[in-house]
Design a binder for this molecule. Structure first.
Ligand code: PMP
Length: 357
């Protein structure tokens, strides 16, 4: 039976990525060796790393003065690396979810943190709009897509201080203006690659402004100077990321992807809003994520919630459970998820409604 992969991360990757990586695990670039057993400094792998950086720049239209890094540690390590490298006195954070909250907790270890706004009291079901970022902040940190709650900031904010964004779950999902950011980072395990590589897009002139000593491995400059080869990079995930970037380019780039993503999300939100059984978690349509679509069964039908999951599973739909802290359902509709999977889910929702009401 065809599987429909709605997992939130690690999550669906293009078949192109999976097939090419599987082949390279047996014979990498005609070396007769597995990708797992070649030196990261071999000319074949250096070419992979360079091409992946190049494609990152091309697909996101990254201006001069920025570097693309491939590091270990997950997005969670960036919660600490960002303040280590940028926070001299004060930083501003927008609290839009668990990950944003975790990021700001780390920053507090380094200096004063101003939480400019928070939607925590409303289980993070909206993106705060009316807030003021202190002009003397060293940077302002946002989480553009809140994977757990299903809200998203889908435009590039104007900001007087350096803007830092966690884009773990929406990188490459839309066109964006990288020049508005000082740092963009994320774990790769949503739109890019298997878990294990963390991307960081960093503006060189945002660095070098703190007086503290920074441990070598945690200093962005180390990784810039060594082109992400100061230590052994996660070779297999970097190779897989390159395959995804090639796939994306072949499809027409982020512009085409954005259109497809908006269409997919629209189909599903329309059904959630129409269907008498279900209700979207995020009331304001402008705040709804295009990547993680969170919904529940209406209060009067709540008892059927597990039954729908079992039904969807019987049709090959996996990963639809909401995050353990939220419950309900979450359909992650990342770049690699085909429209057919969204349509299959919508059909299942309609059929379930018909049998019940
Ligand atoms: N930020 C966001 C928005 C996430 O969705 C996640 C993981 N789901 C993280 C950070 C943490 O990433 P990692 O597990 O790579 O540390």
């Amino acid at each position: 039976m065809k599987k429909h992969n709605f997992y939130a991360g690690p999550s669906i990757l293009p078949q192109y990525t999976i097939k090419n990586t599987a082949e390279a695990l047996i014979d990498f670039a005609g070396t007769g060796l597995s990708l797992m057993e070649v030196s990261h400094r071999s000319k074949e792998f250096v070419a992979v790393s360079n091409e992946a950086q190049q494609l990152f720049k091309e697909l996101l239209d990254i201006p001069a003065g920025y570097h693309v890094l491939f590091l270990g540690g997950g997005a969670s390590s960036q919660f600490m690396m960002v303040p280590f490298n940028l926070l001299e006195k004060k930083a501003a954070y927008l609290n839009t979810g668990t990950w944003a909250d975790k990021a700001q907790k780390e920053a507090k270890l380094f200096g004063e943190v101003v939480e400019v706004a928070s939607s925590k009291a409303n289980t993070y079901n909206y993106i705060p709009k009316d807030y003021v970022v202190p002009e003397d902040a060293d940077y302002f940190h946002i989480t553009t897509n809140n994977t757990i709650y299903g809200t998203e900031i889908r435009q590039d904010l104007d900001c007087k201080v350096p803007l830092v964004a966690d884009m773990s779950s929406d990188i490459f999902s839309r066109q964006m203006d990288v020049s508005k950011y000082a740092i963009i980072y994320g774990g790769a395990q949503k739109n890019l690659a298997p878990a294990g590589v963390t991307f960081v897009i960093v503006k060189e002139d945002a660095l070098g402004k703190v007086t503290r000593k920074i441990p070598t491995m945690l200093n962005y400059k180390t990784h810039i100077e060594n082109e992400s080869m100061f230590n052994t990079p996660p070779v297999v995930p970097v190779f897989a990321a390159l395959q995804t970037l090639k796939w994306l380019k072949e499809l027409g780039g982020v512009k085409v992807m954005e259109k497809m993503n908006i269409e997919k999300a629209g189909i599903l939100y329309d059904e959630i809003d129409r269907n008498k059984l279900f209700k979207a978690n995020i009331p304001d349509v402008n705040d709804r994520s295009v990547m993680n679509i969170c919904f529940v069964m209406n209060d009067e039908y709540k008892a059927w919630e597990p039954e729908f999951l079992t039904y969807a599973k019987s049709l090959g739909m996996l990963g639809l459970e909401g995050h353990r802290s939220v419950g309900g359902y979450r359909a992650s509709t990342y770049n690699a998820l085909p429209k057919e999977s969204v349509i299959a889910l919508v059909e299942a929702m309609k059929a379930f409604e018909q049998t019940k009401l």
